[in-house]
Design a binder for this molecule. Structure first.
Ligand SMILES: [Fe+2]
Ligand SMILES: [Fe+2]
Length: 272
């Protein structure tokens, strides 16, 4: 696990028994295996090479290392991240596990998730899309517009915002989930734009944010207000491929984890 870049955060929350949550994102699996067709295999090899360049681009842009550990195969990174998650009390995966949702990507993701021995929430990334995902598997959780894992005194709520839209139904479901007052960790793929991350995120282009763009539905902004206050204790996001941790409002932070394909991961100690 010394190959991973682990950042730890303490989130004190009264009334929650201390627990550790592991969060990673953007592994961008480009898998092939014995069941892959020659065409699938060729495309996966090309995309794997492409992601060597893309991950290096993001890492170098943000001053992160690009050594052997960071450039390891995405399937190896996934297994390292899952192994760390198994040392925690719960896991949150904020999308783009798969790059293309090929049959081999699905097999690799499912095999990885099957190794998890802790409760987890996995949300859809823009590289995945709910309609492409099969039913009846562990990864099918990513098809759900809203997913919930109850850890007793803390709940993990996954929100599919992979198309940068919060629907009225999703908003109503989140409102209902928060109305109970249980401390809540919200997981989404595309980060929210906030006053504190404006300088870092706005200039990346609207592809990288879920607020303040032409045609942004009012539900997106209402959602941001809703998760800016108790009982929400943290919002976890991915998609940016760089680390971006900023206050949303009132002491609630959005924790954007950098790309899992180079081994980045967050560990949160939540509770008291
Ligand atoms: Fe990504
Ligand atoms: Fe993404």
């Amino acid at each position: 696990m010394d190959t991973l870049t682990i950042t730890r955060y303490d989130i004190p929350v009264k009334g929650v028994k201390k627990k550790t949550i592991c969060h990673f994102s953007d592994v961008h699996l480009t898998a092939y295996d014995d069941l892959s067709t020659p065409e699938e295999r060729e495309k996966a090899i090309g995309d794997t090479q492409g992601w060597m360049d893309t991950r290096r681009f993001f890492a170098e842009k943000y001053g992160c290392p690009t050594g052997e550990a960071q450039m390891a195969d995405s399937r190896l990174q996934f297994s390292r991240l899952l192994a760390l998650a198994n040392t925690a009390d719960g896991a949150v995966i904020t999308g783009d596990i798969m790059n293309n949702v090929t049959p081999a990507d699905i097999r690799a993701t499912e095999a990885g998730l099957a190794t998890l021995r802790v409760p987890f929430v996995a949300v859809c990334g823009n590289h995945e899309q709910a309609k492409k995902l099969p039913d009846g598997l562990l990864l099918s959780m990513m098809k759900q517009p809203i997913s919930v894992v109850d850890l007793g005194d803390l709940q993990l709520v996954g929100v599919d915002n992979s198309d940068r839209i919060i629907t009225p139904t999703q908003l109503a479901q989140v409102e209902a989930l928060l109305a109970g007052g249980k401390p809540t960790v919200v997981a989404l793929h595309v980060p929210m734009l906030t006053p504190d991350n404006y300088a870092a995120v706005y200039g990346c282009g609207e592809y990288f944010r879920m607020n303040d763009f032409d045609g942004c539905p009012p539900e997106n902004d209402r959602f941001r207000e809703l998760v800016s206050a108790a009982p929400v204790v943290a919002v976890l996001s991915g998609h940016l491929h760089f680390q971006c941790v900023t206050e949303i409002a009132g002491g609630v932070f959005q924790y954007g984890v950098s790309q899992g394909i180079t081994g980045n991961v967050h560990l949160y100690t939540i509770g008291e």
